[in-house]
Design a binder for this molecule. Structure first.
Ligand code: HEC
Ligand code: HEC
Length: 290
């Protein structure tokens, strides 16, 4: 079976380079946007253009086109480069902010799944501004992406308008870690879903979602501090798994988790993420879902 490494997905992404840690912390800055985008937020895991075998093509930027063929929908990730015709070049900053954090486009149409809007609603104002600064600074790439089709009704919105969000202080490791996990949408994949496809928030982190692709089928793991989860793992082992995409025996994990991005997560941010995982309610593994 092809592994993540054999797909060569990492090298290409890691080569994009990371900002210096100090610059990466400046609120609202382009460097902060670069850090978030190339590590923890990883919009490129969905919005990079893909090659014939599904491998990301970072050199083509966030020009979209990846197909999520997951009935009841067939969604194509949009081109979010500043190309005025096929991308978001004509959108204002406020329009981009509303699209990313609330899932509403300038023409009022709702952005459908799998874009994890419920989690992006937690994006702090300055981090959202940093992401937008990054998007604006990218070269425009022409790539017309087909329209998505949804055979289920989309919600009219994902909640009331988001007025203003401030991230918790970094000194509160558990809270800041939760913030990072939200904007990385870890729990979108690591929480089981009910038969309506909704996340079972009472079983946050218990894993069990199945992801099919050219790699076969991967099953999200239990991230809670339960014996069937991360209880027996050291902090360093957890960090290593997230950064290198390899388990404790050195066996590579399969997609779609964006390991190639997470390699660049800073030490303090990783410590906060791990502290948050340790704070989850211990739950038995949800079991691979149908
Ligand atoms: C899990 C995959 C996924 C992730 C992660 C993701 N997106 Fe998306 N995004 C999509 C899909 C699929 C669509 C198209 C949905 C549709 O057609 O309604 C989309 C649509 C969009 C749109 C609408 C563009 C248009 O022309 O209509 C914007 C803007 C956007 N994404 C920005 C972002 C940003 C910024 C991030 C990171 C903070 C991000 N997305 C992360 C999958 C994703
Ligand atoms: C797009 C879905 C997705 C996202 C987002 C995601 N993961 Fe994962 N994760 C998975 C899958 C699937 C696996 C198992 C892969 C395999 O078995 O080959 C996994 C494996 C792991 C493992 C290995 C655990 C073990 O028991 O071996 C850890 C730790 C982990 N993820 C943490 C995280 C964290 C922290 C985040 C957010 C920063 C995150 N994941 C985001 C899908 C995802």
């Amino acid at each position: 079976m092809a592994t993540f490494r054999q797909w060569g997905w990492w090298a290409a992404i890691a080569a994009a380079g990371a900002a210096t840690q100090a610059a990466a912390q400046a609120p609202g800055s382009l460097e902060r946007g670069r850090y978030l985008m190339q590590t923890v937020v990883a919009c490129g895991n969905c919005h990079f253009q893909r090659g014939p075998q599904g491998q990301p093509l970072p050199e083509k930027g966030l020009s979209g086109g990846m197909l999520f063929d997951e009935p009841p929908f067939k969604a194509y990730a949009s081109n979010i480069t500043p190309d005025p015709e096929t991308g978001i070049g004509k959108w204002t900053d406020a329009q981009l902010a509303k699209a990313i954090r609330e899932g509403i486009r300038p023409d009022g149409r709702v952005i459908g799944p799998p874009m994890p809007i419920e989690f992006y609603r937690h994006l702090a104002d300055d981090d959202l501004a940093a992401l937008i600064a990054y998007l604006r600074a990218q070269p425009p790439v022409k790539n017309a992406v087909p329209a998505s089709t949804y055979t289920m009704p989309l919600p009219p919105n994902y909640g009331p308008p988001v007025k203003s969000v401030t991230a918790p202080p970094r000194s509160d490791k558990v809270k800041y870690g939760r913030y990072l996990a939200d904007i990385a949408h870890c729990m979108e994949c690591h929480t089981p879903r009910n038969d309506k496809g909704m996340l079972e928030t009472a079983r946050r982190g218990a894993g069990g979602q199945v992801f099919k692709g050219p790699w076969g089928a991967s099953v999200s793991r239990n991230l809670t501090p339960h014996p069937s989860g991360l209880k027996g793992w050291s902090d360093a082992e957890i960090a290593k798994a997230i950064r290198t995409g390899m388990d404790r025996q050195g066996k590579p994990y399969r997609p779609p988790m964006g390991f190639g991005f997470y390699e660049g997560i800073s030490e303090p941010d990783m410590a906060a993420l791990v502290a948050y995982l340790r704070s989850l309610k211990p739950l038995p593994f949800a079991g691979a879902q149908k």
